[in-house]
Design a protein around this ligand. Structure first.
Ligand code: 13P
Length: 255
């Protein structure tokens, strides 16, 4: 069984560094040994949050990165900039960025750049909608295969794949995926990884779920859904919910 990991994606929240520090401190109180916890925060907050205190089990993540090392890329940040402020994880290919033009090719380049500097990429994959013929499986397969295409197979175990069906994300989503839908997709993603590496690698890659995940359904996603953890949006902005989900993950590992 892979070690559980609970990751918060704060997106463009909260609105001030003071609020960010407050939330980070509250989340820090909920940490549980045996569960990795990560907060992916907006760039301007990273340095202040690092000062509050990070550990190997409570790490900082970024929400995006550029694949080039340096240069004329206004508004972008590089992997070495992130590394220099203590970032250990970075989200790539989030659907909210794909909607703004991030392609599979860009995701692959970002994964390569992060892998080189030993920042763990959190690769978001997921279909916009489901269809009865199962074409959505092809979409996810293409995203998984493309995102891993530039790194050595030996590095696959150092990435996290987040299955985030676009239709389940955010306050306008109709519903979260069901644990059964999550289970099906996690098996499918492992098969995709196995086909381009081997079974052992596929099993050691952590695959997590994101999309309206909440305290109510967290246990079911971890048990029946076979998720190795979560990429939480809204639930990560509430220290109580975030903490409860961490606790649920810890109960789940001790069974
Ligand atoms: P919500 O949990 O708010 O649906 O967001 C999920 C997400 O996009 C995490 O990256």
């Amino acid at each position: 069984m892979n070690k559980k990991i609970i990751i918060g994606n704060w997106k463009m929240n909260p609105s001030s560094v003071t609020d960010a520090e407050k939330l980070f401190k509250s989340i820090k109180k909920s940490l549980v040994k045996g569960v990795d916890t990560v907060v992916c925060a907006p760039f301007p907050y990273l340095q202040s949050l690092k000062k509050i205190g990070v550990t190997q089990n409570f790490a900082l993540g970024a929400e995006n990165v550029h694949f080039e090392k340096e240069g004329a890329f206004t508004g972008e940040v590089s992997t070495s900039m992130l590394s220099s402020v203590g970032v250990k994880y970075c989200i790539v290919g989030h659907s909210e960025r794909r909607a703004q033009g991030e392609t599979d090719e860009m995701v692959a380049k970002k994964v390569l750049a992060l892998n080189k500097i030993k920042i763990i990429p959190i690769i978001c994959v997921g279909e916009k909608e489901r269809d009865h013929s199962g074409f959505y499986l092809n979409t996810v397969k293409e995203q998984v295969v493309a995102s891993l295409s530039l790194i050595p197979k030996a590095s696959f175990k150092n990435v996290i794949v987040a299955y985030e069906p676009v239709w389940a994300i955010g306050s306008s989503a109709l519903r979260a995926a069901t644990p059964a839908e999550c289970h099906e997709m996690i098996i499918f993603i492992r098969k995709c990884i196995s086909d381009i590496s081997n079974q052992a690698t596929a099993h050691s890659t952590r695959i997590i779920y994101g999309g309206s995940a909440s305290v109510e359904d967290a246990g079911a996603f971890l048990n029946f859904g076979m998720a190795d953890g979560f990429l939480l949006g809204r639930a990560s902005l509430n220290a109580k919910s975030f903490g409860e989900i961490i606790k649920i993950a810890s109960i789940n590992i001790s069974k």
